[in-house]
Unconditional design. Structure first.
Lengths: 297, 297, 297, 297
């Protein structure tokens, strides 16, 4: 299939490579010419603009930092909608707010195109391995239409509901994540202050009702889980500023439906404090710094 | 071994039965004569007072609602310390604050006795099946001393650290639990308001980074997990008022070491609101009532 | 002076009337033709569009619900910037976020115009009486330039700092307001539950260190302050949804500078809960409903 | 009148002096013999124990750090109840929880004595000047009985309701205080980050709806109010650990009546963080350190 891929960042680049490996013909676009060059070496064709990439494509995929970028890539003079043929689906794998998704879907519909939200989880590792989870919003028909393309990049394709539901599901998962991580940080630090060995406490939580990914896989206390960012100085992993972005999306989505998110709003302030102290690039489990007496992390 | 068991409530009674089954000679005391009668039928002897029960015992076990009860049972004129022989260990399996544990241990030490905190997790089911987890605080020697007795009631004995560390570990686990449950309630309700099917959302969270016991085993949204209290009207399970008690203990323990518990304090207010509306007896996952638009649960 | 006034809502209409009373020549625009008609009867001229209103004006004033409206009124084909002469100042008295203000000021500068943010406090009463407070952002020169016009509508003109600082100051004040109101609601409800007479408690707070406008002028407990919305069923006053909007602006402004707003974020969730229960049109002091045992307010 | 005064700390000592000045015959007790010596020089008699002080007294006053001290002073073998004559009122001006007050009142009633809670506001300045506010709990008759004694120490005597209502009122006021101070700290720091001059922002808040004692009298931003602790390095004033104690009492009182205190619980965590970082002795307005980017205060 002839596919246009726009946005070759940390996630987009390996996703695009998996499309090539699956035998698709790929035209790529990114402002970063180095990223484009690497994909061209791998067999892709370079486009001069989103419009150029979309022209003649049978599917268009976007993977961008925020809703404003998606809007620009779609609607600019040299944007996707200026080049795309009627009936060609647009898959957006960026993480953005559901309200923007609905607006973009309406714009696409005016041009005779389907716009499907398909944000991912699984990180850069999953992107490289082709084992991403795609959370897809759109009609059942649209989901079936994009399934073959997505299956080259991920192995868990979930149809979450109508347009925007993919983003909604991802936001809700990351809302839980942001809360549980800060909650585990709180409890591990309290345990430390009470004189309990962190490994023992981690072991108890992980075999009891407090069990969660933030404790058993990604524990924020150094040394409890050897493979977690906390055990390598909070480097790598999922940055605090990215968690802040996602909790901001959750807050905005909640506001749009007048839904309270008490713990989410408070967790957001905790990560904001971390970022405000200059640690926004550290893994989000560095939130434990706020709790430990010496600010250690 | 000759064991005194004081406190035959929902947890204490089945724990005492398992000691009988393991062949121990048991003397029991409770203000509830019916509970005492049932144990006597099962082979225990009834004592007239905690002092009477402790006299001649080789181990004393207490399982009581709160620290004030433990204090009374220990120090009253007809209390345990008035009857116990020097060198006999006292095991307290109540859930109380670490500071009280330390005070009781000091009192016991004055009388020549070791006081071990050994709160449990596993609920009434685990108590009946003899599969409780015991979180034990005390010296390594004390832990070894009480291990044979505890192993008749539980299959997971964890030495958490010095006196009080058992309570500390339980409190920290339940702090995480109280936070994650409210967090999952928040996210599931947001998902509902955004139009996402709760079962689909539950499925995504449970295979992603939001994964936790509060979602994959005890999800607060009705119908997501068929065996959870939420699927039977929030009956049975772990009552909101019990969660309130445990978050209160966490708050007190945190205060004693000047340790902030932001999310725990907020979660406590959420459960307090549930209780204040008259739903304190419902399972603690009923906290989702605060979030769903129609107050449904 | 020849003034264009765009936006004749509850606040804008009485403000425009005071400009007429001060002898200014006024051209007005609003989508609501009835509102325009009332002003024309009072001596204003009706414009066919913002562009039309701005053409020939010596000062342009906008008073609109949100940043999106300001953007449209400025930049639409028939917008202000299409008609305004170079050097004419634009005064925006809407309550919007500082980042948007800066964007609009940049747009205006490209056209050779100064854009001054000048949000108000004082409510519809102050608007009618001409006693508003204007919080002004811009250069000292711009402040001096718009002072004569503003003084016809308000009696307290404060130069808060550079472009956006007027909005920033208003947002910060309303952040305090949203927090103190919920805090007073919390304390008055606790006092009620403890059996203290609300009028006695109000009296103590108002003569002690808890003293604040939310208690001594606008107490949320019915009957404590006879002139407050709480004493007339939470009607009139400042709607919960407007408070929600302002706390949302505070949250956005805080996010833009990575500044934590713990209490503001939590207060926002409390008002969001009120709104989510269908009471968004009630005065924001109705937040006390969340606290009182019977949900009374 | 013959009065016994127990507890000669920073508040108690000047209160006792004012009783002497008013011509009362005073017998005093404190563990600190230096404090006792100073009062004896001023004309008081020293007692060997609370029992000794209470023997023959017509009124007994206690001013102690916490409920545990009051309990000991009342019930010890050489305590007040061992010496006091029937019918003599006991006035407790300590700040403690309403539940303890009720327990002490019941104990006193068994001995034929009235126990009146009468916590104060006004600080050491008000104690020295005899201008304290007394918040009194008890029957109307008991209030009239203690009024002449209290009027020698304060000029604002408020009957708040039945036994415990005086403590309840003080707790509710300080709950508002703890919240508004943190709220003002949040807003002033946000304003600073947005580039608004703190004095200008303080001026706007103090003449607008955000007006409160925490802003117009005790503003936490240095230099806004010259006489506030913030303008002298957060020394003097009302210590963070004392605010923590009072918010703890508010939380306990709220728990006892199942009343949520969302903002109070969050504010408590903020002050706890300050204390946890080693700044518990600083004035409570130092909570602004948590918000300002450089941790400055």
């Amino acid at each position: 299939m002839k596919i246009a891929f726009i946005g070759l960042g940390n996630m987009g680049a390996p996703m695009a490579r998996n499309l090539l490996k699956a035998g698709h013909a790929l035209t790529v676009f990114d402002l970063n010419t180095q990223a484009v060059g690497a994909l061209v070496e791998a067999g892709a064709m370079a486009a001069a603009s989103p419009k150029d990439a979309a022209t003649g494509a049978e599917t268009v995929i976007t993977m961008l930092p925020a809703a404003a970028h998606v809007r620009h890539v779609l609607t600019a003079e040299d944007g996707v909608l200026a080049g795309i043929a009627k009936g060609v689906p647009i898959i957006d794998s960026s993480t953005i707010d559901p309200a923007s998704v609905k607006a973009f879907a309406a714009l696409a519909a005016e041009h005779g195109n389907t716009f499907v939200d398909a944000p991912v989880s699984g990180g850069t590792g999953g992107a490289a391995a082709g084992t991403l989870t795609f959370m897809v919003g759109g009609t059942a028909q649209a989901f079936e239409q994009v399934r073959p393309v997505l299956s080259a990049m991920g192995n868990n394709l979930v149809h979450c509901g109508d347009t925007g539901a993919g983003q909604g599901a991802k936001i809700c998962n990351n809302l839980v994540l942001g809360i549980t991580m800060a909650g585990v940080a709180e409890a591990m630090s309290l345990g430390e202050a009470l004189g309990i060995d962190p490994k023992v406490l981690g072991g108890i939580i992980n075999t009891s009702t407090g069990r969660c990914w933030s404790s058993d896989t990604y524990n924020p206390f150094p040394g409890v889980i050897e493979t977690a960012p906390s055990s390598r100085g909070y480097t790598g992993g999922f940055g605090t500023d990215l968690m802040l972005k996602d909790l901001g999306l959750a807050g905005d989505a909640a506001k749009s439906v007048r839904q309270p998110v008490y713990l989410g709003a408070l967790a957001q302030q905790l990560y904001q404090t971390v970022s405000s102290k200059g640690d926004g690039k550290l893994d989000f489990s560095a939130v434990i710094k706020l709790y430990r007496k010496d600010g250690a992390a």
